[in-house]
Design a protein around this ligand. Structure first.
Ligand SMILES: C[S@@+](CC[C@H](N)C(=O)[O-])C[C@H]1O[C@@H](n2cnc3c(N)ncnc32)[C@H](O)[C@@H]1O
Length: 386
């Protein structure tokens, strides 16, 4: 196919009602920083438009082009990129252009009878969509190069998406007039760290600086390399212990996803000390209370090891939530992901309110703590005046 025919053909297909979405990638020049363009159909004032989203390193530009203007706009887009992946109802096409604009076109029939959702601000099921290749998810082994989520990574993909939804909900609590400082404690392989960077910086264009911290040197080196390769220059990875991390004077959002045992408490304590506006934390294995808990009135439950273990975990999170409330946070325990996918399914969400605790709430907390004979690590770390 000739380049000119490609333009006409593709422009026609983008506007004939079967178009779902497309990504234009592999820029011919990196000089202006334009990395890729995504396109999708939208409806504006009752008329079909194609929205082209230009993705620069720090900025997203949107152009809503009427059907009549698509061919001209597309000409410029196709001059700038060497690869196109486009999805239509029942068909996916992949186009590769050479240096000299020779066209290679591959088409595959897909079973999906998916049609485009034209509402401009539609609520997506997932903030990161299956079928859209995200460079960081490909590098982290969650997606294949064509954007398919690998079978064994579906749970991870779901978890990342769920966490990003909670981050999206928290946006109004973050400052808008300066760089937002975000820390991911116990970042590990850093699926979440990359995802929140992608979502907040690449997709939403927010001014952020993100740090992932973990004990594991090799993992951190690998993550740093991926961040370098993807030009994620506001994302850094550091080797270190949460307990020793004192580098910051002010942090806006602290997140943890399955940071082991009391590592979660250390992270919460750091967040409170900085007065972070938002804390989102999904705890992991919780052994602390299991060995402390003692309460004759609860023996009917605690005599069973299995029940004791589950009760200890729930009591630990309840105590954490209560302590955060006493420390001036509006705190909720929310379902992170349904039980079928992971038993670690509670998310602690805390927004800073600065509210002083009432004597009654302090007494309520102490009564519960003493009933269990608990000596919570977090209470000790927070050094609250209670
Ligand atoms: C289960 S992994 C979760 C990793 C990642 N957040 C995720 O969800 O994929 C827990 C991580 O916490 C890290 N970790 C545990 N204690 C830590 C501490 N005191 N300081 C820093 N990292 C810690 C571990 O090295 C591990 O990588």
């Amino acid at each position: 196919m000739e380049f000119e025919n490609l333009i006409t053909d593709l422009a026609h297909r983008l506007t004939d009602g079967t178009f779902v979405r497309a990504t234009f990638s592999q820029p011919r020049t990196k000089a202006d920083g334009l990395m890729r363009i995504k396109a999708k159909p939208i409806e504006l004032k009752g008329e079909l438009h194609i929205q082209f989203e230009e993705q620069f390193e720090r900025v997203l530009n949107h152009h809503n082009i009427s059907a009549a203007g698509v061919e001209l706009f597309l000409t410029n887009v196709l001059m700038r990129f060497k690869q196109v992946q486009a999805e239509f109802t029942g068909e996916t096409i992949q186009i590769q252009l050479t240096k000299k604009f020779k066209v290679s076109w591959k088409s595959s029939v897909t079973e999906s009878s998916r049609t485009a959702d034209l509402s401009h601000n539609r609520k997506k099921n997932y903030l990161l969509e299956e079928g859209t290749p995200y460079p960081f998810l490909i590098r982290l082994g969650v997606q294949t190069a064509d954007g398919r989520v690998k079978k064994q990574k579906h749970d991870k993909f779901r978890q990342i998406n769920r966490f990003i939804e909670y981050i999206d909900d928290a946006l109004s609590h973050l400052p808008k007039d300066r760089t937002v400082r975000i820390l991911d404690f116990g970042s590990g392989k850093s699926y979440l760290t990359f995802a929140l960077y992608h979502y907040l910086h690449i997709e939403k264009g927010l001014d952020i600086h993100v740090t992932g911290l973990d004990l594991k040197k090799e993992v951190i080196e690998e993550c740093s390399e991926i961040a370098r390769d993807l030009n994620y220059d506001r994302l850094e990875f550091l080797v270190g212990d949460i307990n020793d991390y004192e580098d910051e004077t002010s942090v806006d959002m602290v997140v943890t996803l399955h940071a082991c045992d009391t590592a979660t408490d250390m992270a919460l304590a750091r967040a409170v000390r900085w007065g972070a506006s938002v804390i989102l934390s999904v705890p992991c294995c919780q052994h602390e209370l299991f060995s402390q808990i003692q309460s004759p009135v609860l023996d009917v439950m605690l005599q069973h090891g299995l029940v004791k273990e589950r009760f200890s975990a729930l009591a630990t999170d309840s105590i954490r939530a209560e302590l955060l409330t006493l420390a001036g946070y509006e705190t909720q325990l929310l379902e992170f992901i349904d039980m079928a996918h992971t038993p670690k399914n509670i998310l602690i969400r805390a927004y800073h309110s600065g509210k002083q605790p009432s004597p009654e709430s302090i007494a309520r907390y102490k009564a519960f703590r003493d009933l269990l004979n608990a000596k919570p690590f977090l209470e000790n770390e927070l050094k609250l005046d209670i």
